[in-house]
Design a protein around this ligand. Structure first.
Ligand code: PLP
Length: 289
C-alpha cells in the first residue's frame, strides 16, 4: 500500500499516513510506554474484535493509562479504516501511548492526553486447513530473556524484537522461548502448542506469556468441539523436543505448523493430522468471536 493511499487514524483524525505526526516527546517514542493490539479482518469481517479490545483495556488498566473510549468507539474507528482502505484482507493495528509530556521524566505525568493511533496493513488470505499449501515453519529456541510482565501487550518490544532477530539470523521464522527451569513460555510473537499422543497442550496463562486471542479461541473451540483432548499445563523443553506436532498461534498466522526445531524434525517432519483437524475447526468457528 503506497504511503499516501494508506489512511490512518491519529488522535481523532483520519488522514494519509504521510501526514500523521507525533511529538518526539511522546512517551511511546521515549519509553515504549504504551499498549497495542493487532486484529485481523477478512473481507470486512473482524476476528475476535471484542476479545482484542478487552485485552487492550486490561493492558491500559495495568499501566494506569486512562482513556475514555469504549468498544463501540474502537469498532467505529475499525470500520472507518476498513472502508477507507478497502482491501480484502487487512490487519488493524491499534496503539495507545501515555501521550506527550514537555520533559523526559519517568513518573507517569498527570493530565496528558494519550496518543491514539490506528492503521491497517494488508495481510494474506485466511489460512486454510490444507497440508499441501500451508506455510511450514522452522524455528530455533533460546532462553526467554524478556521482562516479568509478558502478559501485558506492551509496545516495549525490544526483548521480543531481539529474540525474533535470533531466529531471523539463524535463517528460521520464529524463536521459541523457555524459562530458567527449561519450561516453554511462548515464542517472540506467537503462543506455542505441542501435540503428544493426540493431546493438544499449551502452557498455562501467567506473567511469562501473552494471553493470545488465537490461543484463547483455539482452546475454546477445541473444548466445545470435544473430539480432541486439551490441556493447559507446564511443558518442559524435552517434551517440546519429543512432541509429535508443534504449532505457533497468532492472529495473523492462526495455527502455524512447525516442522523443524533447532535443525531437527518435529515428529515426522511433516505437517500433522491434528494440525489439520484443529485448523479446520478454527476456520469454521473463528467468526463466532
Ligand atoms: N505472544 C506474543 C509475544 C505476541 O506478540 C503475540 C501476537 O502478537 C502472541 C503471543 C499471539 O497473540 P494473538 O493470538 O492475540 O495474536
Amino acid at each position: 500500500m503506497a504511503i499516501d493511499n494508506n489512511i490512518v487514524f491519529l488522535n481523532g483524525e483520519f488522514g494519509p499516513m504521510s501526514e500523521a505526526k507525533i511529538s518526539p516527546m511522546d512517551r511511546g517514542f521515549l519509553f515504549g510506554d504504551g499498549i497495542y493490539e493487532v486484529v485481523p479482518s477478512y473481507n470486512g469481517q473482524l476476528v475476535g474484535f471484542g476479545l482484542h479490545i478487552e485485552r487492550m483495556q486490561n493492558g491500559l488498566n495495568a499501566i494506569g493509562i486512562k482513556l475514555d473510549m469504549d468498544l463501540d468507539d474502537w469498532r467505529d474507528i475499525a470500520i472507518k479504516l476498513l472502508e477507507k482502505n478497502s482491501i480484502a484482507n487487512l490487519g488493524l493495528y491499534f496503539h495507545v501511548s501515555r501521550g506527550a509530556d514537555v520533559k523526559r521524566f519517568h513518573a507517569y505525568p498527570e493530565d496528558i492526553q494519550p496518543t491514539v493511533f490506528a492503521y491497517t496493513f494488508e495481510i494474506p488470505a485466511a489460512p486454510k486447513a490444507d497440508k499441501q499449501s500451508v506455510k511450514q515453519y522452522r524455528v530455533t529456541s533460546t532462553e526467554d530473556l524478556r521482562w516479568k510482565r509478558c502478559q501485558i501487550k506492551s509496545t516495549s518490544l525490544l526483548g521480543n524484537v531481539m529474540h525474533f532477530q535470533q531466529g531471523h539470523d539463524a535463517g528460521v521464522q520464529e524463536t521459541i522461548l523457555y524459562n530458567q527451569r527449561n519450561e516453554l513460555t511462548e515464542a517472540s510473537a506467537c503462543n506455542v502448542f505441542i501435540v503428544k499422543n493426540g493431546t493438544v497442550i499449551t502452557p498455562p496463562l501467567d506473567n511469562q506469556l501473552l494471553p493470545g486471542i488465537t490461543r484463547h479461541m483455539l482452546l475454546d473451540i477445541l473444548r466445545k468441539e470435544g473430539s480432541l483432548q486439551v490441556e493447559e499445563r507446564v511443558i518442559s523443553m524435552s517434551e517440546v523436543r519429543s512432541a509429535d506436532e508443534l504449532w505457533l498461534t497468532s492472529s495473523s498466522k492462526e495455527i502455524a505448523p512447525v516442522v523443524e526445531l533447532d535443525g531437527k524434525p518435529v515428529g515426522t517432519g511433516q505437517v500433522g493430522d491434528i494440525w489439520q483437524l484443529a485448523q479446520t475447526f478454527y476456520s469454521a468457528h473463528k467468526h463466532n468471536y
